[in-house]
Design a protein around this ligand. Structure first.
Ligand SMILES: *Cc1c(COP(=O)(O)O)cnc(C)c1O
Length: 238
């Protein structure tokens, strides 16, 4: 008997993914950006490996996961399939210290680094056989007490430390803005550009991860280079 779940069927999934891609293209055209300026990260947390495989076969390359145990199971399953070979895995959940080794060993990107102790551990634990781990600094752009992320005032200090880590490749910034915050995207884009100007030695500083299902158009209009989309592709999460 089939396991009971509320997951959408394969045709709906593919259709959603095409719709999101189209919406991204339209937002790019609307703001005079090239369609390939903005990457789509498909956020597959809580969704099964076969849904990921379906989209990977359509050409979706990047997938984001929040829950480590669940993610490792899916990564391990898909690694054994031809379609899994090209998938790029992004860790976008919060990071406890004791989770850094698993993250360093299984993922290609980590978007949620916010302090040096975590960065140092990821650097030390990244296996030598793998390329450097791509890292984004999660920024608490709204200075919210409840939010994780590095405060804007602490960003220069963290960058100075992290740019020396040879097993990490510092790629840019990620934010989850406060709801109803209208200018977080623009302020983050400005900070992102300032870092690029201030640290020419950061050759791979090219990624600004902001925008989700509900606000990807605004994010694209404000200069994002990567939107992280879950619900609009995979449907509601249980
Ligand atoms: C779940 C999640 C998303 C996707 O959110 P949707 O609203 O479902 O598109 C994006 N970013 C992070 C960090 C998430 O945890």
């Amino acid at each position: 008997m089939n396991e009971i779940n509320n997951n959408i069927d394969q045709m709906t999934l593919i259709n959603n993914w095409q719709q999101v891609s189209k919406q991204m293209k339209q937002a790019c055209a609307h703001t005079d950006r090239q369609a390939d300026d903005v990457m789509l990260l498909a956020v597959s947390k809580t969704k099964p490996a076969d849904m990921i495989a379906t989209l990977a076969k359509q050409g979706q390359r990047d997938f984001g996961e929040n829950y480590l145990q669940e993610a490792i199971e899916k990564i391990t399953t898909l690694k054994t399939q031809p379609v899994g070979e090209n998938i790029v895995w992004h860790y976008i959940g919060s990071i406890q210290r004791n989770k850094t080794r698993d993250i360093a060993e299984h993922f290609d990107w980590v978007q949620t680094v916010e302090r040096d102790i975590i960065a140092k551990r990821l650097n030390d634990q990244r296996p030598n056989g793998l390329p450097p781990l791509n890292v984004l600094i999660q920024l608490n752009i709204d200075n919210e007490d409840s939010k994780s992320g590095c405060l804007p005032s602490q960003l220069p200090e963290l960058i100075k430390i992290m740019k020396e880590y040879e097993r990490l490749q510092l790629r840019g910034l990620m934010i989850i803005p406060a709801k109803a915050n209208t200018d977080a995207f623009a302020r983050t884009k400005q900070l992102f550009d300032e870092v690029k100007a201030d640290y020419p030695e950061l050759e791979h500083w090219d990624t600004l991860s902001m925008g989700m299902s509900g606000d990807m158009t605004e994010a694209i209009e404000n200069g994002t280079t990567m939107v992280r989309v879950g619900t609009a592709i995979f449907g509601q999460r249980a």
